[in-house]
Write a protein that binds this ligand. Structure first.
Ligand code: FES
Length: 339
């Protein structure tokens, strides 16, 4: 079940160059394309003539021409040309979805178009912040999208799933954790003082001293998770607001979009302060993070297969954020179903 009247990340901006892009979102086939003038358009990926995928067609100006018999559709989904005839048949139209490009992503509204307000698109200011650099990625997961959100809301797993990259045992064992709700947002704050640095941290900073490490994880429906993470030399007072020992201070956004009930698109943008992290360090952190995400996918896709058996699970203290997110989803989905 999906929340429909929401903006979802549909593509990275860099994916929308040249050919139309086929993407299934919330179970619906969508074609995204960029007009010659640069606007991002999203239409149903199904020609009204004989249902060929429009994503196999060609962008001409601000229209998309079907690759089978050449009917052309404008940004509203209306058929505007039929080869060999002047009249456009009544009802010759495909669904158009509101789409907006922002901060390196194309966002799509899958619900009632009348409710689509671009002002409610998720804002991640670090993606375009002066003096900061952003690196993007897209992954694909064979699991329900909510398992990816669970994964992000409980970062204790870094100690075990990512012991060779972004985790160390202190991330699971030495944690002072707080969970807060702010409307539909859930925020988990984790402090880990005087712990061993993760291998990725040592690779990027060449510093093996113990660290005070923090992770703030904020979930916003339907699938946005903002991670503010960093580390300072242990004992230099970062938790009291002193900044002189800071080694890394980073922000990333994870954008989880259901493809189907059983699969998901996973978009990501990692940002760093260019004055703190040079391009070599940035590349190390990017690659180590992606390696960790792929480790996650292996576990989560296996987890999905086991969960499909319907056997019960148990909860532990580290699940506090996960459980809060589940309550938010339950409430929002119940409200949607009543409406
Ligand atoms: Fe598209 Fe015929 S199926 S024009």
């Amino acid at each position: 079940m999906f929340l429909r009247d929401r903006w979802y990340a549909a593509a990275l901006s860099e994916e929308l160059a040249g050919k139309p892009l086929a993407r299934t979102i919330l179970g619906e086939p969508v074609v995204l394309f960029r007009t010659d003038a640069g606007a991002v358009i999203a239409l149903e990926d199904r020609c009204v003539h004989r249902q060929a995928p429009l994503s196999l067609g060609t962008v001409i100006g601000d229209t998309l021409r079907c690759g089978y018999h050449g009917l052309s559709f404008d940004r509203t989904g209306a058929c505007v040309r039929v080869p060999g005839q002047r009249a456009i048949p009544p009802g010759a139209r495909v669904r158009a979805y509101p789409a907006v490009e922002r901060q390196g992503f194309a966002f799509i509204w899958m619900g009632d178009p009348a409710e689509a307000d671009p002002a409610t698109i998720y804002d991640f200011p670090y993606a375009t912040r002066a003096g900061w650099r952003a690196l993007y990625a897209r992954l694909y997961a064979k699991c329900n999208y909510r398992l990816l959100i669970d994964n992000l809301m409980d970062l204790s797993h870094l100690a075990f799933a990512h012991a060779t990259t972004i985790g160390s045992m202190g991330v699971a064992e030495n944690v002072d954790m707080k969970v807060e709700r702010d409307g539909d947002r859930v925020r988990v704050t984790r402090w880990m003082l005087d712990i061993a640095p993760a291998p990725a941290h040592v690779l990027a900073t060449n510093d093996t001293r113990n660290v005070d490490r923090w992770q703030t994880i904020e979930f916003t429906p339907p699938g946005y998770v903002w991670l503010a993470v960093g580390s300072a030399v242990a004992g230099t007072g970062i938790r009291d607001g002193r900044r002189d020992g800071v080694l890394l201070d980073r922000h990333s956004l994870h954008l989880i979009t259901p493809e189907t009930q059983a699969t998901a698109h996973y978009f990501w943008v990692m940002t760093n302060d260019a004055a703190q992290v040079d391009r070599t360090q940035e590349r190390i952190l990017y690659e180590q993070s992606l390696k960790a995400f792929n480790e996650d996918l292996t576990i989560i896709e296996g987890q999905q297969q086991r969960l499909d058996s319907g056997r019960p699970t148990v909860d532990v203290n580290a699940d506090a954020g996960v459980l809060q997110v589940r309550r938010v989803f339950d409430r929002l989905l119940d409200a949607q179903n009543v409406a």
